[in-house]
Design a protein around this ligand. Structure first.
Ligand code: ZN
Length: 285
C-alpha cells in the first residue's frame, strides 16, 4: 500500500532487450515477430491496471506437462524463460530488473515497508499471463515474506484484486485506512485492522481488506509495533518519567502526525492510536 513510481519503459522495451540476448538467430527472429502482439497485450494490461480491471484478463490455464502455444508459434515455456533466464540472469535484462528493484529503495510497497525488496514479483503470474512475463509494469519489487506468501493466485473478481503500487487509485496510498488499537494489558500491545473510510466504493473497501488479509499485515504490523512499544515504554519509565501526561501525549502526536511516513505506515498508525489513548498516556505503565 505504498505508492512507487511506475517503471519508465515503453511497453515492448524489455521484451526487445531480452530477446536481443538470444544467440540463435532463427529463434531470436521468431520471438521478435511477436513483439507487436506482446506490446498490444502490455498496453491493454496497463490500461486495465489503471482502471482496476485486470481481473477481466483471461488467464492461460495449462495442465501439468502441457506447454501451449501462446502467440504466433511461441510456447509458454519460451516466454517464461525470457524472464527466468534472459531477464534475471543475462546482463542486459538484469539491468532492467535491477533498476525496477532499486526504484522501491528500502520499502516493500506491498506490505508498506515492513520488509526490504529482495526480488521482483509478477502482479499477474507469468505461468498464466506469459506475454506479460518481462513487462516492467507487471513486475513489482517485493520483500521475501510478500513474495513467498503470495504464490500464484488467480483473482477473478474485482474485489479480490491486490493493490497495484504503480497504477492503483490514490485513495489506497493517500488516505488512512489502517487503524490501530492499544490493548490495555500488561504488557500492552498494538493490534491493527483494515478500516477504509465509509465514503469508499464497496469494491475498493473490499480490495483494501483483501490485500490486508492476504499479506497477513495485521500480524506483521503488530510484531513491528511490539518491538517499538517495548522501547517506548522503557523510555517512559526512565528518560520521560517526569514528563506530564499532556507532554507525553504531544510527543506521541508529533510522531503520529509526521509527514515523513505515509498514511498507513505501521509506525504512524501506532503513534496516532497511542496519542489518542487516555489509558496509555495517563497510566504508570
Ligand atoms: Zn513486503
Amino acid at each position: 500500500m505504498k505508492r512507487i513510481s511506475r517503471p519508465d519503459y515503453a511497453p515492448e522495451y524489455a521484451y526487445g532487450v531480452c530477446i536481443s540476448a538470444i544467440v540463435d538467430e532463427e529463434e531470436r527472429n521468431r520471438m521478435m515477430a511477436a513483439i507487436g502482439d506482446v506490446r498490444d497485450t502490455a498496453v491493454d494490461f496497463i490500461e486495465r491496471a489503471i482502471a482496476g480491471s485486470t481481473f477481466e484478463l483471461p488467464p492461460l490455464i495449462a495442465g501439468r506437462g502441457e506447454d501451449p502455444i501462446v502467440v504466433a508459434d511461441i510456447r509458454k515455456s519460451e516466454l517464461v524463460k525470457l524472464y527466468e533466464y534472459y531477464m534475471v540472469q543475462r546482463p542486459l535484462g538484469r539491468k532492467i530488473y535491477d533498476s525496477i528493484l532499486l526504484a522501491a529503495e528500502d520499502n516493500c510497497p506491498t506490505c508498506g515497508g515492513i520488509g526490504r525488496p529482495r526480488s521482483l514479483d509478477h502482479y499477474l503470474p507469468k505461468a498464466n499471463y506469459p506475454k506479460l512475463s518481462v513487462l516492467p509494469h507487471n513486475l513489482i519489487p517485493a520483500c521475501r515474506d510478500c513474495n513467498t506468501d503470495k504464490g500464484n493466485p488467480l483473482f477473478t473478481q474485482p474485489h479480490e484484486q491486490l493493490i497495484h503500487p504503480y497504477f492503483d487509485q490514490a485513495c489506497f496510498f493517500d488516505q488512512a485506512w489502517i487503524i490501530a488499537t492499544v490493548t490495555h494489558t500488561q504488557p500492552c500491545a498494538i493490534t491493527y485492522e483494515a478500516s477504509p473510510p465509509g465514503a469508499w466504493r464497496p469494491v475498493d473497501h473490499q480490495r483494501a481488506v483483501n490485500h490486508f488479509d492476504f499479506f497477513d499485515i495485521a500480524k506483521r504490523y503488530s510484531i513491528k509495533a511490539a518491538e517499538e512499544l517495548s522501547v517506548l515504554v522503557d523510555q517512559r519509565r526512565s528518560l520521560m518519567r517526569d514528563l506530564p501526561a499532556e507532554s507525553f501525549k504531544a510527543y506521541l502526536h508529533s510522531i503520529g502526525d509526521s509527514s515523513t511516513l505515509f498514511p498507513n505506515h505501521w509506525r504512524k498508525v501506532m503513534y496516532k492510536a497511542l496519542a489518542l489513548d487516555e489509558w496509555f498516556c495517563n497510566s504508570q505503565l
